[in-house]
Design a protein around this ligand. Structure first.
Ligand SMILES: NC(=O)c1ccc[n+]([C@@H]2O[C@H](COP(=O)([O-])OP(=O)(O)OC[C@H]3O[C@@H](n4cnc5c(N)ncnc54)[C@H](O)[C@@H]3O)[C@@H](O)[C@H]2O)c1
Length: 380
């Protein structure tokens, strides 16, 4: 089996999920490559060293440019904050490396477009870590929709609710809090949480044509961890939008970090002429399914436990009835990436798919700023 040497940038939350995925994939999936954790890159050498020994990386580096230039690396995996994605991804593509990048691909469509240009010009395999596509229940929803079981689609509904930024004392910027600093994050919950909802929605229900939106920044200024000064908050704390899909269906999307009691409540619902589907991240191994074609006396919502061998990915895990969780979605993503690359195929969501999501988030922010319906950028 061919070895694929990984150079990973960033050892935070996503650095852990990705390291776990690269380490585990060969134990559970028959894929044409063996990922090798070659180099972990982070600015703090001591902490990088601890991470390397914990996860089994062969070496550490504090400058991502050296990782990108290294002949010992085949794939650059970007798990660092949003403001670093473009520079690293473009350099990696120019160096001829495969690139995997965390979401959102860029801080805006223009940045993502430059990244897409670079990987397409270099012809290198690329993938964005929109991992929720690979929750088995969500993948099953995709199969059911593609089989035409829902019929004509009328509605799509998605929410992503959190509550961790409600305190006025919470600073912005720096380690752990870069998401509140608009210069680093690009936007607030629109690019962070809604980007997930938009990626899944377009995968399940096709492209979005136009949007109308409202955003709010509830806490207007916060102390900045890096400057020590109280500075204006530039991110959106909450973002709600209406959308019209290209297939004529209508949608509502909502994301906030001010929904007290909710930690990561990502829910989606899709209503068709013949059937409906609901899914909830807090209960991720279940798919709710209503089929209007069922016999009238027994018609009702089915609560399907996604653990059987015929369910997506599940034949590779335990025995029917036993569940898997969040971390497995990243393992599935790596498995699909390696299989696609081995077969000379694109591995969705590609960077071009990531750009499509960033085009929608750009339109949402513009619609909110101008208080008007806004067309999503059309690309050839
Ligand atoms: N797919 C998902 O569900 C998901 C979930 C969380 C975060 N993310 C995305 O993953 C990325 C990272 O988020 P996170 O939660 O892991 O952040 P984090 O703050 O936990 O970790 C970021 C890491 O990047 C490192 N870093 C920052 N600048 C660097 C540089 N110049 N060179 C090398 N390392 C650098 C930091 O030291 C840290 O180790 C973001 O783009 C975020 O949007 C995706």
């Amino acid at each position: 089996m061919k070895k694929l040497r990984i150079g990973m940038i960033g050892y935070g939350f996503m650095g852990r999920t990705h390291s776990n995925a690269f380490r585990s994939v060969n134990n559970f999936f028959d894929v044409p490559y063996e990922p090798v954790l070659q180099t972990i890159c982070a600015r703090n050498e001591e902490r990088a060293g601890k991470f390397a020994s914990n996860w089994g990386f062969a070496s550490t580096e504090t400058d991502w440019r050296k990782v990108v230039a290294s002949p010992d690396i085949d794939l650059i995996d970007i798990a660092s904050p949003n403001d670093t994605h473009a520079e690293i991804a473009i350099a990696a593509a120019e160096a001829g490396k495969m690139v995997m990048c965390e979401k959102p691909l860029g801080r805006n469509g223009a940045e993502s477009e430059a990244i897409v240009d670079a990987v397409e010009k270099a012809g290198v395999p690329n993938m964005v870590w929109y991992n929720y596509r690979r929750v088995p229940a969500v993948t099953l929803a995709k199969q059911l929709i593609d089989e035409g079981r829902l019929g004509r689609i009328f509605h799509y509904r998605a929410k992503f609710l959190q509550d961790w930024t409600i305190s006025t004392d919470l600073p912005q910027g720096g380690e752990g809090l870069w998401r509140l600093d608009v210069k680093v994050a690009g936007s607030g919950v629109t690019g962070d949480l809604l980007a997930h909802c938009i990626d899944t929605a377009m995968w399940l229900n096709g492209g979005i044509e136009e949007v109308s939106a409202v955003t709010e920044t509830f806490i207007k200024s916060r102390k900045h961890n890096l400057t020590g000064a109280v500075e204006p908050v530039g991110i959106d704390d909450a973002s709600l939008f209406l959308a019209r899909f290209k297939n004529g269906s209508l949608a509502t999307f909502e994301a906030t970090r001010y929904a007290r009691g909710h930690k990561a409540l990502y829910t989606l619902e899709i209503n068709g002429e013949d059937a409906s589907i609901m899914w909830d991240l807090h209960d991720l191994h279940r798919l709710q399914y209503f089929d209007h074609k069922d016999e009238g006396r027994l018609r009702g919502w089915k609560n399907v436990h996604i653990t059987d061998r015929e369910h997506p990915y599940m034949a590779n895990w335990w025995v029917p009835g036993l569940q898997i969780g969040y971390e497995h979605t990243f393992i599935h993503q790596v498995a699909d990436f390696l299989t696609a690359v081995g077969g000379g195929k694109a591995a969705p969501p590609t960077f071009r798919d990531g750009l499509a999501t960033d085009d929608v988030t750009d339109a949402v922010l513009q619609a909110a700023a101008t208080r008007s319906w806004t067309k999503v950028k059309e690309r050839a």
